[in-house]
Design a protein around this ligand. Sequence first.
Ligand SMILES: Cc1cc2nc3c(=O)[nH]c(=O)nc-3n(C[C@H](O)[C@H](O)[C@H](O)COP(=O)(O)O)c2cc1C
Length: 209
Amino acid sequence: MEQLVEYKLDAHGENLLESIRRSPIASVISNPRLADNPIIAANEAFCALTGYPRDEIIGRNCKFLAGPGTEPWLTERISAGVRERRPVLVEIMNYKRDRSPFRNAVLVAPVFDTDGELEYFLGSQVELPVQSSGPSSARQARATALVKSLSARQREILELIARGQRNKQIAWQLGLSEKTVDMHRTLLFQKLDTHNVADAIRIAVEAGL
Ligand SMILES: Cc1cc2nc3c(=O)[nH]c(=O)nc-3n(C[C@H](O)[C@H](O)[C@H](O)COP(=O)(O)O)c2cc1C
């Protein structure tokens, strides 16, 4: 996956990038340390969903998906999540490059560095039928069932991952070694039937963790 040179990622960003590269769900990474929180990476599924080529995505704030029918109160809900650095899942009217509307179940979640400083935002987009209103119940039901299959400890760790925390902080908070957290992480990803952190975060938020 290409990125522009000026948006080079650090090692953690590279991991996140690898995680969205492997995700079948449309996903982006933004850098809130740069002016207007621009997208610094987007996967193939995002280009396929929205119709934008990567060179029209990288460097721009994700608000280009909004249009005349976008609900301002839902945009505000995303802005509040970004401001308060917590994950949000919102079903908002968005527009593809050809201006066709789609209902977007968008997840936006912060990712912190090992010093606890905000480093990136992860975004993932799922197209719902335009008529749909209310929750995307099939995905949420599946996510809830998957999360229920986890042990209490695994659920606790997933919740902290979904809040953007790294293994180091999770280990510290729960009084475990990083190695133990890593072991739980591998097992819980298996139970969630995913191999990447981006999709695990989405499942956690869909399940209401
Ligand atoms: C990583 C990330 C992904 C986003 N994805 C979408 C999206 O798919 N659709 C959308 O309408 N807004 C999305 N947003 C929200 C907009 O980028 C923007 O924050 C929002 O429109 C509010 O703009 P403001 O913060 O300038 O008020 C995303 C934000 C981030 C940080």
